[in-house]
Design a protein around this ligand. Sequence first.
Ligand code: C5P
Length: 272
Amino acid sequence: MDSAPRTPVTAVIVVAAGSGQRLGYGMPKAKVPLGGDSILTHALRGVAAAGIARQICVAIPPGDPELHALCEAFAQDLKAERRRAGHAGDGGQLPVVTIVDGGATRAESVRAALAALLPATEAVLVHDAARALTPEAVFHRVSQALAAGALAVIPVMPVVDTVKTAEPATGGGAAIAPELVTGTAARETLRAVQTPQGFELATLRRAHDAAASFDAGQAAAVTDDAMLVELLSVPVYAVRGASQSLKITTPLDLIIAEGLLEGPLGARWVEG
Ligand code: C5P
């Protein structure tokens, strides 16, 4: 008898509704060119290549015809690839691509996508389009932890810098330097958090329902989905992320991502 855990019916939400102001391109980050394609196209291809999604639900800036067309073209390409591969009659594994209007915050974009998931969905991965070069292996590690029983799982990386807390310097100190150090975090316990973050669907829905009533200050402090699940006291597990999963945020990140695409190992090499 096969004792391997059953893989839950999984949707991948790709949040791509950010303005991308820090990248300085004057357009939504999802549209910014990377290696001849857009950041969003790379992200969607990575999700499809991982082969875990029954549905890919993309949140884009409301009323953006270009990004809408880009997602439609991606869905058509998936179908054409499947036909070329000779699976025309199969259809079972071809993900449904759904496009929704994102919200004013990342969490609102996630909530809009959660409302559009297929009824059969049991697990969901939430992925930042900005992490366009995430290797397939990371999707698999997250998905495997869900299949093994985790209600929440995130990919993480060790922190290489020493991390300190600081606050604005006051009084005479302000004439010396802008900030005063207040403490040093224990580096061996710190983890830098990436996406895709994986959840049992009902758990993530519960976490987002609770967050929907946050005031503006609380809402602004929400930077990922796992922190909302932590507020429910649900255990959040961590698996190894990858350095290629960098979040393309600044012009320097874009240069690094271009370098990864051109590099001799290719963008999605698997780290040891
Ligand atoms: O701006 P931030 O770094 O939090 O963005 C992380 C991801 O969330 C990006 O992929 C961005 O497109 C997405 N996002 C969104 N809706 C927003 C803000 C950000 O989908 N309102």
